[in-house]
Design a protein around this ligand. Structure first.
Ligand code: NAD
Ligand code: ZN
Length: 236
């Protein structure tokens, strides 16, 4: 079990040009997030939801990992199972920074995948940066049912939370990079670990930074060297 858990959120990808929820811009302003990220309304506004994810998936093709993704990827490659890389992000920037898919746990799904909506099938397909329609007309190649983005919407269960809970109980150093803590409660998690580091651009009302041993309010690319040093001295 990993001694170090690195949990990231939208903030780590902000400097790669992917908007966070909070400082939204571009695509997020064009669509009502409560509609296109919500399971119930997905049923009512299916075309809009598909269009939103098609655009975000296409946009991802041009996005590059930043220095923070690269440093985290380098640490994971060097220390292997001693580090768990867990992200709320659905982008593929850790993978573009050189990590294999099995090296990154995506809690909220993965943008370049589609999943069969049939609950007995639920097969997952890589679609790359293409639109949903481009994969077999939007129908599951295995059973013919409708496909959907392989993304966890509001109101849906996130099966990978089990992995997070498993890791949090055993980790000794807990590192948080770029999450407001509104979706995942990091305060409680910080209390499990003997040491913890919080890096966000600015304080968040959902995080009590007194629970963390070290707090870095700066850009991830500016904080990540100090984080890497701590991890290296912790593991060596
Ligand atoms: P959030 O938008 O709620 O919070 C972003 C946090 O990142 C804030 O605390 C902010 O201070 C911090 N931040 C902003 N720029 C930063 C920088 N350069 N360096 C360090 N920190 C920075 O994000 P969240 O907590 O991840 O929750 C949003 C939800 O939306 C998640 O469920 C996530 O799956 C999804 N989401 C994903 C992406 C993505 O895949 N890249 C993008 C937007 C939203
Ligand atoms: Zn199917």
């Amino acid at each position: 079990m990993a001694k170090v858990l690195i949990l990231s959120g939208a903030g780590i990808s902000a400097e790669s040009g992917i908007s966070t929820f909070r400082d939204s811009g571009g695509l997020w302003d064009e669509y009502d997030v409560s509609v296109v990220c919500n399971y119930d309304s997905m049923q009512k506004h299916e075309d809009l939801t598909i269009e939103f994810y098609d655009k975000r998936r296409a946009e991802l093709q041009t996005k590059e990992p930043n220095y923070a993704h690269k440093i985290v990827a380098g640490l994971k490659k060097r220390y292997g199972d001693d580090i768990a890389v867990i992200t709320q992000n659905v982008d593929n920037l850790f993978e573009k920074a050189g990590l294999k898919s099995e090296d990154v746990i995506h809690l909220h799904g993965f943008m370049t995948q589609l999943r069969c909506q049939d609950s007995y099938c639920e097969k997952i397909f890589d679609v790359g940066y293409a639109s949903q329609r481009e994969l077999n007309g939007g129908k599951c190649p295995a059973c013919g049912s409708k496909l959907r983005p392989n993304i966890v919407f509001f109101g849906e269960e996130a099966p990978m939370y089990e992995e997070l809970n498993r890791h949090i109980q055993d980790c000794e150093l807990f590192v948080v990079i770029g999450t407001s803590g509104n979706v995942i409660g990091v305060n409680t998690m910080a209390q499990f670990a003997s040491r913890s580091i919080l890096n966000n651009y600015e304080p968040s009302s959902a995080i009590n930074d007194a629970y963390f041993s070290k707090v870095l309010y700066k850009k991830a690319t500016e904080a990540v060297d100090e984080i890497a040093q701590e991890i290296e001295s912790f593991l060596s």
